[in-house]
Design a protein around this ligand. Structure first.
Ligand code: FAD
Length: 340
């Protein structure tokens, strides 16, 4: 029996383990070692390649609980949450951590509610309290101004989601050995009222936001969804990625993967352009470490100018077409010179 184990929820897509799972293993390894208990990865999927499963052991898992079923092939909140709940009933882990990805952020609240357990979202630091062995779950709070440490002294399991990229991946050690366990769960653990109809890939994001050297981000100041084409055009010319404030994501002008900030992605590009973005503390939390920040805003007192290295005070709808045109001319001129 796996009483009191530490668990991480491994993520797979099309049978490939997602890198964030190795970040979780890195964090959880330290927790399991402090508690002197086994570390297990829970992996749900269908027809998982054996080498992918083994990789979890190379990256620090002592055990992999592999649950395979047709309904678990792709992520669906309901059966994933049912399976985790069944697994918790069966093995009583003391800690369950998942990535603060759309998968982890969707499924763990389901589980927490069904198991009447606590859950701290988007932690950046996890530790074990001396004496009690409680999980110390630390995350930015009050708009990123303070770090709050949260404990769950009574309910079990203690659960947290961990912000992706907040730690390195666990190193690969091919000498590590571990067990792959295939728990036999009752059929009701696999029932679901939801089914996957289709998967539509977001092709608008050609360059990964978090890897891009240049991020051109738009906010509510753009006025309407159609105007986002200027942001996309500018990003393309500069070879960058498109970012957005939460306000415009909430309005449906762009999709969530583009959101920068406390509840979106953290980016550290060489150049960050904030266009029609006020500079709310929650937005700044996701881009303040950018090397150079350029802001375009019609309000000279906008908060973003306090952070910006360069500022253009003006109407984005007047500035952007001119800027795009001038950059195109500049690039064309450079290309001409290169040919000569
Ligand atoms: C818990 C929590 C988490 C949050 N997480 C995030 C997050 O991850 N990311 C995020 O971005 N926000 C987040 N927010 C929301 C955040 O507080 C702000 O509401 C949001 O960032 C505002 O978006 P904005 O700058 O696009 O809009 P606004 O604040 O409305 O700013 C629009 C700006 O555009 C300027 N403007 C208007 N017209 C023009 C024009 N024609 N040309 C140029 N400039 C113009 C205005 O002067 C203004 O400065 C969060 C909030 C909470 C409470």
């Amino acid at each position: 029996m796996g009483l009191s184990e530490v668990w991480v929820l491994a993520e797979q897509r099309n049978g490939i383990i997602q890198g964030v799972s190795y970040e979780l293993l890195n964090r959880a390894r330290g927790l399991a070692d402090k508690l002197n208990v086994p570390l297990a990865a829970v992996l749900m999927g269908y027809d998982m390649p054996a080498d992918e499963v083994q990789e979890l052991i190379y990256r620090g898992a002592d055990k992999v609980y592999l649950i395979e079923h047709e309904i678990l092939k792709d992520f669906l909140a309901e059966p994933y949450s049912s399976v985790i709940c069944c697994m918790i009933d069966m093995y009583s882990p003391q800690i369950v951590i998942a990535a603060a990805t759309s998968t982890g952020r969707t499924v763990l609240p389901h589980v927490a509610m069904r198991k009447r357990a606590g859950l701290t979202a988007d932690c950046t630091i996890l530790d074990i309290e001396k004496g009690t062995g409680n999980l110390l779950q630390t995350r930015p709070a009050i708009g990123g101004n303070i770090l709050a440490t949260i404990k769950t002294p009574e309910a079990r399991p203690q659960m947290a989601t961990v912000r992706p990229h907040s730690t390195k991946s666990a190193p690969r050690d091919v000498t590590r050995t571990g067990e792959v366990i295939r728990p036999v769960l009752p059929s009701e653990c696999f029932t679901s009222r939801a089914k996957k109809l289709d998967f539509i890939e977001d092709k608008s994001q050609e360059i990964s936001l978090q890897q891009a050297d240049v991020v051109v981000a738009g906010g509510r100041g753009l006025g309407k969804a159609e105007n986002f084409k200027y942001i996309e055009a500018l990003a393309k010319i500069l070879g960058g990625a498109v970012g957005a404030s939460r306000d415009v994501v909430d309005r449906g002008w762009v999709t969530y993967p583009h959101q920068v900030g406390l509840s979106g992605k953290t980016v550290t590009p060489k150049l960050y352009m904030a266009i029609g973005i006020s500079g709310a503390i929650q937005h700044i939390a996701g881009m303040q470490t950018s090397e150079t920040i350029v802001a375009i805003n019609k309000d000279p007192d906008a908060q973003i100018f306090k952070l910006a290295d360069f500022g253009i005070v003006g109407d984005a709808m007047e500035v952007l077409p001119v800027l795009i045109e001038r950059l195109k001319q500049y690039i064309a001129q450079r290309e001409q010179e290169a040919i000569k």
